[in-house]
Design a protein around this ligand. Structure first.
Ligand SMILES: Cc1ncc(COP(=O)(O)O)c(C=O)c1O
Length: 381
């Protein structure tokens, strides 16, 4: 099988991932830090070390590992951040590029008197800082922005938007689901107060892992309460991080895997590998006039300059994307994602709300031969 759906989740994973998880399960998978015996302390240290590595990887403004909070995925982290900082009467600004993991919480919060506005994107798939700035109001509490679109691959000007928010004292939350592990994600440089990440995409970890980094100037209200393993006699949930936002036993086996994934991502330039594959794909598509690319023009080959990840949405003249996906799977054993990609407003902006698109997202383990096979298959449509 040729897997070209890495924007959904990276596959395959680096071999070290399964080895580390198996080893952890076999030798160390007790409840971390919950008990005083040696193995529990060792498991706790492993989790602490991962917090430290993530704080440094994302350049947490205070390099504070305790403010790296583990969650089940990016959706969980985004929910925690959004619900944890907004109150009735607050206003939120976000964009039409967002994934449903941002849009749906925002629509849900409307019922509690938290309003929002969404900035548009241009036809190439970029949100302009000025269009965010225009929507800010005195009661705007939070700006939420995806670092890169999961439909168009366009990398957004988060640094400039962060500067605007910081100057106005508005909290800035970045959704790095598509970028973490692929391009640098720097909390300090982007003036992000909150950063949500997922473990199972570019960070090459297993599903069920992710987290929220919380800057030291912001307090996030817990949205769940429970056991923390320390100071159990205290009636209320603990105030200090990371306990404040974590309740119950962590996904330690997954986090052991995430540690291995992070290590791999730090030592490999996935962006470079994937960019070369994408350039090859774009060049090949030049010979297939019945296929169009959404967002950045097909002719725009310098994808570094244009600022995009290797996430490409295609349309084939006269063919339903779902049907194309079925042919690619059944006849060519090529796995791609088709339809609406959990970001309905991008499809609305691009005029593809009906059938969606065909999304190709190569990963670090794809080869030029995989792209050639895909081009050969697409040429038959
Ligand atoms: C931009 C973006 N945000 C959030 C998410 C949600 O990630 P997760 O599935 O880890 O919750 C995704 C997943 O596709 C995404 O692409």
């Amino acid at each position: 099988m040729i897997y070209l759906d890495n924007a959904a989740t990276s596959f395959p994973k680096p071999p070290a991932l399964a080895e580390t998880m198996k080893d952890f399960l076999d030798t160390e998978a007790v409840n971390p830090g919950r008990s005083g015996f040696d193995l529990s302390l060792r498991a706790g240290l492993r989790i602490d070390e991962l917090r430290q590595n993530l704080a440094s990887y994302f350049n947490h403004p205070d390099n504070d590992p305790n403010r790296v909070v583990f969650t089940a995925n990016a959706t969980d982290a985004l929910n925690l951040a959004i619900q944890g900082v907004c109150h009735a009467g607050d206003h939120v600004v976000s964009t039409v590029l967002e994934h449903n993991s941002v849009l749906r919480p925002l629509f849900e919060l409307q019922k509690m008197g938290i309003t929002h506005d969404l900035a548009p994107c241009d036809e190439r798939g970029f949100v302009h800082p000025a269009s965010i700035e225009k929507l800010l109001r005195p009661e705007t509490r939070l700006v939420i922005m995806t670092h890169a679109s999961n439909v168009l691959g366009t990398i957004q000007p988060v640094q400039r938007i962060g500067e605007i928010c910081r100057a106005k004292g508005i909290l800035f939350l970045i959704d790095t689901a598509q970028t973490a592990g692929v391009i640098p994600v720097d909390m300090k440089a982007t003036h992000a107060d909150l950063l949500a990440f997922t473990g199972h995409k570019g960070l090459m970890g297993p599903t069920g892992t992710g987290g929220l980094l919380v800057g030291n100037k912001v307090e996030v209200r817990p949205i769940r309460w429970g056991g923390t393993g320390v100071r159990s006699a205290v009636r209320g949930h603990l105030e200090e991080y990371p306990y404040r936002l974590e309740a119950g036993t962590l996904n330690t086996v997954g986090l052991a895997g995430l540690g291995a994934g992070l290590e791999w991502a730090r030592n490999h330039d996935a962006f470079n590998t994937e960019t070369q594959l994408t350039n090859r794909l774009l060049e090949g598509l030049d010979d297939l006039p019945s296929i169009g690319i959404l967002g950045l023009e097909k002719g725009e080959k310098d994808i570094n300059l244009a600022g995009r990840l290797s996430v490409i949405s295609l349309l084939i003249d006269g063919m339903d994307p779902a049907k194309a996906g079925m042919f690619l799977d059944a006849d060519w054993d090529i796995a791609v994602r088709t339809g609406l990609l959990c970001a309905p407003l991008v499809h609305e902006a691009m005029g593809t709300l009906q059938g969606g698109t065909i999304r190709i997202s190569p990963g670090p383990f794809n080869t030029p031969q995989h792209i050639d096979q895909l081009l050969e298959a697409l040429a038959t449509f």
